[in-house]
Design a protein. Sequence first.
Length: 458
Amino acid sequence: MSDWMTLLEVAGPLAALGGGAAYTRAHHPGVYWSTVGLPLSTARLLGSYGSVMEACGLTVQPSRLRALAVRATTRREVRPVPPRRGILRPTSTGLRLRLRLAPGQEPADVAASAERLRHAWGVHAVYVRDVKPGVVELWLVGFDVLRTVRMPRRSNSGFLRVPVALREDATAFVRDYRAVPHQLTLGATLSGKSMHIRHLVVGLAPQPVALVGIDCKRGVELAPFASRLSALATDPEQAAELLPVLVKEMEDRYDLIKARQGMAPDTPDEEITSDIWGLPDHERPVPLILFVDEVAELFLVATKKDEERRDEMVTQLIRLAQLGRAAGIYLEVCGQRFGAELGKGATMLRAQLTGRVCHRVNDEASAKMALGDIAPEAVDAACSIAPERPGLAVAGDTSGGWSRIRTPYLSLADAAQVCQESAHLVPDVPGLKRFRPDVPVRLVEPATPLIRPHPATD
């Protein structure tokens, strides 16, 4: 009887401890990783590093000098040696480890074994980064960081650099307009596309930039940010009036660059190799970011007159995409589908949009429109996004690289509040004044006093 009591006394706390660990792993993966996962993965890595590297084919024959030293001192069999390992650096989401490659090895050899390393060391994912010739860095991610998005404290933000989402390797996905001037964002309804736009607007609102919006859904997406917008068009008719003004603004900026560089006034814009960043600070116009929501609405036509207007707007968008970067004009084009079926000029415009972000789409053709021409292997990843994970997307660019990202939740009220607080930063762009949205003034009712005065009595 005493043995059974002793067994129950020991098994009870162990069961409670195991249940608590399972609950923490499911609901608080960051806490579980810091307390349980990190020590276990570190022990696995240190204890099996050599055998795992040998099983993955990442070991090489030792040098002759080392082989002679082993035979002379230990008389053991000379075995292949793994890549030299650096110091383990734990993080809140995983581990980092640098490897010095042996002669004849390349980073692709290690990347090909990433899945094996993940299973051997009990982590969620392993990513390989090229640090310098002969040195790679392994990023071990302990849990699925995209399930509950927590942006890192250090995100390398700055002027025209906006941290928008979290990558699957626990680093921030930063929208850098200087590096990637124009971007195409696709996604079906409730896929998280609007949340992506909110983070961009909120990140740009405190910066000295001009924000312009074209929202042909009567402004339901961009109108809450009207206090920070320099211009807003809410239907195709207004967009047809706004786009020529933006093209004229771009041409005026090119004339400013020409005058500063001493070029002839009739020099074609295509031959100007400099940009506004070469101008003095007091002469440089503010950067301008154009948000186009539901771009397909600009392509749809019902009459012959609408077709002529559509062709003019598409031509102006293409001109902005081709020549706008040097003038400090950047495009954010969003929609549910974007391909040749939209009409003349659609494919040409898409080719000018360097960055690509594809949220959940309704068919494979839509994913191919966004990623098929830059990273074909990313199409399958985009098609496998589940509806239960809004904000999850696949981001790529014309370099061929791609990664999964997820945008954290940001309420519309909070985003609008940031725009209202930054309303005084709206720059003066004379050509856009007539397109400035009317922002109604909110009447603030006087606060009710906590202690009401008592009426006078005799």
